[in-house]
Design a protein around this ligand. Structure first.
Ligand SMILES: Nc1ncnc2c1ncn2[C@@H]1O[C@H](COP(=O)(O)OP(=O)(O)OP(=O)(O)O)[C@@H](O)[C@H]1O
Ligand SMILES: [Mg+2]
Length: 422
C-alpha cells in the first residue's frame, strides 16, 4: 500500500537527475546544484518518497533548513504530499533542532563548573543580550571599552565558537596581547552564561555537539531515532553544524545534503565550503575503514535552471566563473534567450535611484501591479536614495529582510535629536 495519493504527481515534474536524487536508495547523497535548479524541490520530494514509497516513518526523519520560514514552507509542502503524518517529522533550522535536543538532555552536560548544570529551562541570549553581558565582563576586567568594543569582541568569540573552539581552546591558541585579553573575556563570559543558566546562539550548536560527544547514550538515542537526515543549503553550514550532521549519520550513512558552492552567503558566520569536501571525504573514509562500500557517497549534479532565461544565466555564469576554487558547473535552461539585460551607468546614487524608480513607474504605467515589481540592492545603506525617490514620487513600497531607512534605530535617534534641536 502506498500512503501517497496517486494523483499527487510525486514523480511528475522531475528531470532525470532530480528523479535520481529523489529515489536514491541508500547511502550518503550529495546534490550539487546551481541556483533555481530545484534543490529544495528535490529535498521535499525525497522526503515524500521516503515516507510514501519506502515506508519510512516521518518520526524517523530530520530535515534541516536555514531559516524558520524555509522550515515552515517545507513542512507544508511535505504535508501537502503525505498528509498530517508529516507533523511528527522534525523539520527545523539547526538552531531549533539543537534547542529541542538540549531541552531534553542538557542536564547531562558538564559545564566546567562543578557546582552548576544547565537546566532544561535554560535561557537563550540573542545578539543584544550577549553583547551586553560581554560589556559587563569587559568593564569588570578593567579593559578599555574603546579598544575592546563589545560587539567586536562578541564577533571574535562567535567566530571561534563556529569553528568549534571552546574558551580554553581559544586561550591556548591566542597570539599577542589583544587575543589574550579576548581569551580572558571569553572565559569569564562562558562562566557567567553558565551561572545565568543561559546560552548564546552559537552555544546552542556547540553545546549540542559537546553533549553528543560526551554522552554516548544521548548520541545513540538520536542516531537510532533519525534513520534519515536531510540538509538544505549545505554550503552555508559551519564546521560545528557539519560535525553535528556527520555525528548523527556516519554510522548508517542515510544522509542527503544539497548545496551550491556558488551561493554561500554566510562566509562571515563561519560557513565553510570545505564542508562539502569534508562530507565526501568522511564517507569515503568510513566506507574504507569499516569495509562498507554502501557508505561511498553518491554525487548528483543538477544543472538545469527553472527560474531564469538563458541570457541571465550566461551573465551569472560569466561572473561566477571568476570565483576562486569553485567546481566548474554551467547552468542552462529551456526557457529560451529572453530579453537582453539593460545596463545603466549612473552618475551617482541619486541618478541611479531616479532611473530605477522611473523604470518602475513606466512598468506600472503599462499595467503591472506594484506588487509584481522588486528592487534589489547590495547593501542596506543603498536603500536610502531609492526610498527617497519612492517616497517623493508617491510609490508604495515595503522593505523586505531589513528595516525601512527611517525605521532604523540610529536614524530614528538622529531624527529625534534633530527634532529636539529644531
Ligand atoms: N523539474 C522541474 N520542472 C518544472 N519546474 C521545476 C522543476 N524543478 C524545479 N522547478 C521549479 O523551479 C523553481 C526553483 O526550484 P527550487 O526552489 O526547488 O530550486 P532551488 O535550487 O532550491 O533554488 P535556490 O537556489 O533558490 O535554493 C521552483 O519554482 C520549482 O517549482
Ligand atoms: Mg532552495
Amino acid at each position: 500500500m502506498t500512503l501517497i495519493d496517486p494523483d499527487s504527481g510525486l514523480d511528475d515534474g522531475l528531470n532525470p537527475a532530480q528523479a535520481d536524487a529523489v529515489t536514491h536508495t541508500g547511502g550518503p547523497l550529495l546534490v550539487v546544484a546551481g541556483a533555481g535548479s530545484g534543490k529544495t524541490r528535490v529535498l521535499t520530494r525525497r522526503i515524500a518518497h521516503l515516507v510514501g514509497e519506502r515506508g519510512v516513518s516521518p518520526f524517523a526523519i530530520l530535515a534541516i533548513t536555514f531559516t524558520n520560514k524555509a522550515a515552515d514552507e517545507m513542512k507544508h509542502r511535505v504535508a501537502d504530499l503525505v498528509g498530517p503524518v508529516a507533523h511528527t517529522m522534525w523539520v527545523s533550522t539547526f538552531h531549533s533542532a539543537c534547542v529541542r535536543i538540549l531541552r531534553r538532555d542538557v542536564r547531562q552536560l558538564d559545564t566546567g563548573d562543578k557546582d552548576r548544570r544547565f537546566t532544561s529551562r535554560f535561557s537563550i541570549y540573542d545578539q543584544g543580550d550577549a553583547a551586553r553581558l560581554i560589556r559587563y565582563v569587559i568593564r569588570d576586567l578593567n579593559l578599555d571599552a574603546k579598544r575592546f568594543p563589545d560587539r567586536s569582541v562578541h564577533a571574535f568569540i562567535s567566530k571561534a565558537k563556529n569553528e568549534g573552539l571552546s574558551a580554553e581552546d581559544y586561550v591556548g591558541k591566542a597570539i599577542g596581547p589583544s587575543e589574550r585579553r579576548i581569551g580572558e573575556v571569553f572565559t569569564e563570559y562562558q562562566k557567567r552564561l553558565v551561572r545565568a543558566d543561559a546560552m548564546d546562539f552559537d552555544d546552542l550548536l556547540g553545546n549540542t555537539v559537546r553533549l553528543l560527544r560526551t554522552q554516548p547514550g544521548v548520541l545513540d538515542h538520536y542516531r537510532n531515532r533519525f534513520d534519515h537526515v536531510l540538509v538544505d543549503e549545505y554550503q552555508d553550514t559551519n564546521i560545528v553544524q557539519n560535525q553535528l550532521v556527520l555525528m548523527l549519520t556516519e554510522e548508517h550513512g542515510n544522509v542527503c545534503v544539497v548545496g551550491d558552492g556558488d551561493q554561500s552567503i554566510y562566509r562571515f558566520r563561519g560557513a565553510d565550503l570545505r564542508n562539502i569536501e569534508t562530507f565526501e571525504k568522511t564517507f569515503v573514509g568510513q566506507a574504507v575503514r569499516l569495509g562498507r562500500p554502501e557508505l561511498e557517497p553518491t554525487v548528483v549534479v543538477l544543472d538545469q535552471n527553472y527560474r531564469s532565461t538563458q541570457t541571465i544565466l550566461d551573465a551569472a555564469n560569466a561572473v561566477i566563473t571568476r570565483n576562486e576554487g569553485r567546481k566548474p558547473k554551467e547552468l542552462w535552461t529551456s526557457a529560451g534567450q529572453g530579453e537582453p539585460i539593460t545596463r545603466f551607468r549612473a552618475d551617482d546614487e541619486q541618478d541611479e535611484a531616479r532611473w530605477v524608480v522611473g523604470r518602475l513607474k513606466a512598468m506600472h504605467g503599462e499595467g503591472r501591479p506594484w506588487a509584481d515589481l522588486a528592487v534589489f540592492y547590495r547593501t542596506n545603506a543603498q536603500s536610502r536614495a531609492i526610498e527617497e525617490q519612492l517616497v517623493s514620487l508617491g510609490v508604495p513600497y515595503r522593505v523586505v529582510g531589513g528595516l525601512r531607512f527611517y525605521d532604523r534605530r540610529e536614524v530614528r535617534d538622529a531624527m529625534a535629536y534633530l527634532k529636539l534641536a529644531a
